[in-house]
Design a protein around this ligand. Sequence first.
Ligand SMILES: *Cc1c(COP(=O)(O)O)cnc(C)c1O
Length: 385
Amino acid sequence: MMSEKKLQFNSKTIHGGQQPDKAYGAVMPPIYQTSTYAQTTPGGHQGYEYSRSANPTRTALENSLASIENGNYGLAFASGLAAIDAVIKLLSPGDEVVSTNDLYGGSYRLFKQVFEKFGIKFQFIGMQNAAKIETYITDKTKLIWVETPTNPMMNVIDIKAVSTLANKRDILLAVDNTFATPYVQLPLDLGADIVMHSATKYLGGHSDVVVGALVVKNKELADKLYFIQNASGAVCGPMDSFLTLRGIKTLHVRMQRHCENGKAIAEYLDNHPKIEKVYWPGFEDHPNHEIAKSQMSDFGGMISFIPKGSSYKDAIKIVEKLQLFTLAESLGGVESLAGHPASMTHASIPKEEREKSGVVDSLIRLSVGIEDATDLIADLNQAIE
Ligand SMILES: *Cc1c(COP(=O)(O)O)cnc(C)c1O
């Protein structure tokens, strides 16, 4: 077999970390829907003893995750937030975290409402200027949490610059790579220690699972995270592992179309007289376009925009009028979705905090799917008009 590390990304999605099943040569790993495994003598098993600790279908997914993110170890969780939860459990009371301010609402809620009461301190800051992060670092800072492109403002953070700054001080750098996916951006190659995914989104890609993932290069870090995964128990089940693995096999072809459609729609909106502002990192006048070009191979399928002179009510009217775009939480599936961050994904962030990062009441977020772009544009056109 060809050395796996040498495979191109478009082959790794299909073959990375995968071998035909040992029992009958099944090309797709069977769904090992079992909690436990027969032992011949106490401890005499074939690598699996209880499915919280490990399950062969989950192992297949974890190996695939490690491969596509250019890491050495993958861990699959019951949700993206369960994966983040495991990362924060590496810390102790008194430790500090510096986090992107414009991030997934659920991550913010987990940090502020769950972990702060255990004595972990979080600071939320704009990170477009990496040098600025330094002023928030103290000798208690143990983790920098980066989400890029940010949700929903589509700011881009320079992963390499942040990793240089973190490495100098032995601070862990974790990157939420949900929006970009490894097709577009490889944080571990840029110096991050941990890559996190809500595999619910692009990796799964079909809006049919809730799954989370972590990928790391370092063995010691992998062991610590594995200990937490097993000790806390928020693991990805065998059926969801199977579905996510199936999704990953087409990640590259889906992402190519997401990116093409994203570009077509961003340009359409940008030229529309009734649209005030479009947030998409592919525009040359996007404030972080140069960094985006250097660390991303394309610009993804996520776009946010503000209709001209619009209010909370106008934005709601537009998202209600859309027909092909479904009004729904989530993103990254083959079908196009529209959302209203202020009342949906980001409602758990206080209005004042939200608006500081630009998430105003009239902002609309699109997850552009892989339908025909002509139909998507026609749908947007009727809703905006
Ligand atoms: C959805 C999402 C999460 C949370 O993942 P779940 O699978 O819903 O728990 C975290 N980060 C980003 C960027 C997301 O979009």
